[in-house]
Design a protein around this ligand. Sequence first.
Ligand SMILES: [Zn+2]
Length: 156
Amino acid sequence: MDSYNGYSEAERMKKLRASYKVFPGRTHPLYQGSCQICGDSGHPVEPHTEDYSEPYRWENPAEYAVCKVCHGRLHKRFKNPVGWAAYKVHVKRGGYGADLGHDPKIACEVRQLASSLEQGKEIALLLLRPFVVTDLWWDVITVDPVSLTSPSARPR
Ligand SMILES: [Zn+2]
């Protein structure tokens, strides 16, 4: 586990262990419901933590329910900011994280968008579903790798 939002691996592990005590056996409420990035309600979600400060908070905006694909993209955004930007466009055209695994055409489209963004161009993606705007917390988070270790990146 790497640093995130200015929290060390040890701090992140400490909250993870605390969550297992407070919510044994995946009883954490953020294992339920729709993904709080892509909105998919048909695939399992898991808690993603933005805030590891004590006293611990277990709900938004300290933690969010996210599907596996969104969770992976979220943490990989620092190494691949253009890929993250393309993924956000995918979500805003009503795309689910799971679409990328289920439909090679959709995955290819998102990769093509990433390479065109890299060249400073934006290509339009086909609308997949109506995008329901809820909380756009994921749209405004940083891709600056300095935030991984800088204490100034901590929400509290
Ligand atoms: Zn998702």
